[in-house]
Design a protein. Structure first.
Lengths: 108, 246
């Protein structure tokens, strides 16, 4: 690939990414009332998106590999339990991450 | 007298901005850890593929979307194909459309900051800005602005460090990237505890998992989004009633 082709490729990625971020705001501008259906979607979508992002984080886990995804699932379960129990975001994230690092560096 | 009150008002705005900046910083600490790991990894990875440091740094500055930046490395290493680049970017980043729909109201009335809030709307900024229970007295617009700009700074600086000094690192960071998974789990649970119906949360998990097993990790996002959208649309009557009678 020539340098010009590299610049074009990166440019397309930049513009397409920006397009995905702006389209909702262009389609439903702030000075016009948002359609009720879109408001409904704006209310119910986030829960589903957060579920999708959780799966997205686990997409590389291979249940049939050496570690069978045990570190990811175990540390994830600890994060979820801690969050339900103590409701402290930093505690849940901190303990879960340190546990995961120990698991992948020393155990598996 | 009028001058004095303007001074006080300006002072209030400034202290409110400072508190917003501090509060936003606390909320972004987990993301700082995650981006230090991912940014450095990205910088090192591009160098290992034979690119000069300017590539990852400029891509971090202009693209500012973690996963597609890794994907773009592959694009740059293969034959020139702009249509495929466009298709792949929409595939990976199509989820931003959902973020936009969810943030239409929250980003309203934020003035010129709105431009930056939208341009820099990554997974982490969207999630925190949507979920954060900003304490009274803190300007929500400035809070969201600082969350977004901190994330941008973390990402660009970490990428630059990885690209320029990656080879000097000796600290074993393996596994630190789990901080992002933990963050999204916490956000999912917080939303779970706030909602009167778990239907949408379960739908998001279920459809995405199904789509992942059917289409594989590379292509599952768009089908998952389509599935979520279609089902939420068909369930509108029931869900609106459930949410209203909370």
């Amino acid at each position: 690939m020539t340098t010009a082709q590299q610049v074009i490729t990166i440019g397309i990625v930049v513009l397409a990414t920006q397009f995905t971020r702006w389209i909702a705001f262009f389609t439903f501008p702030a000075n016009k009332p948002t359609p009720k259906y879109i408001k409904y979607l704006g209310n119910v979508l986030p829960s589903a998106i957060f579920g999708m992002l959780v799966i997205y984080c686990y997409k590389n886990v291979d249940l049939f590999s050496n570690s069978h995804g045990i570190p990811q699932l175990l540390a994830g379960a600890v994060v979820v339990s801690l969050q339900f129990w103590k409701k402290n975001m930093f505690l849940s994230i901190g303990v879960g991450t340190v546990l995961y690092m120990i698991l992948v560096q020393f155990v598996f | 007298m009028q001058n004095l009150s303007t001074v006080i008002e300006n002072d209030d705005i400034r202290t409110s901005k400072v508190t917003a900046a501090k509060t936003a910083f606390l909320y972004t600490i987990p993301m700082m850890a995650g981006f230090i790991f991912l940014g450095i990894a990205y910088g090192v990875y591009m160098r290992s593929c034979g690119f000069s440091p300017i590539y990852p740094i400029l891509m971090a500055v202009t693209i500012f979307a973690g996963s597609i930046e890794f994907v773009t490395v592959g694009l740059l290493l293969s034959n020139f194909n702009p249509i495929y680049a466009l298709f792949l970017t929409i595939m990976v980043n199509g989820r931003h459309v959902f973020y936009g729909i969810s943030m239409l109201d929250k980003y309203r009335g934020t003035g010129k900051k709105k431009w930056f809030l939208i341009a820099g709307m990554i997974d982490e900024s969207f999630s925190v800005n949507y979920m954060a229970d900003v304490p009274a007295g803190i300007d929500k617009g400035w809070f969201m602005f600082f969350v977004t700009i901190y994330n941008y700074i973390y990402w660009v600086v970490s990428t630059a460090v990885g690209a320029l000094f990656g080879s000097l690192l000796t600290f074993n960071m393996e596994g630190l990237d789990f901080v992002m998974t933990a963050l999204f789990l916490v956000i999912f649970i917080s939303q779970w505890q706030n909602e009167s119906s778990h239907e949408s949360s379960l739908l998001g998990l279920g459809i995405s998992l199904l789509s992942l097993t059917m289409f594989g990790e590379k292509y599952f996002l768009l089908p998952a989004m389509a599935g979520i959208w279609v089902i939420l649309t068909f369930r509108r009557k029931q869900l609106e009633r459930k949410v209203r009678t909370q």
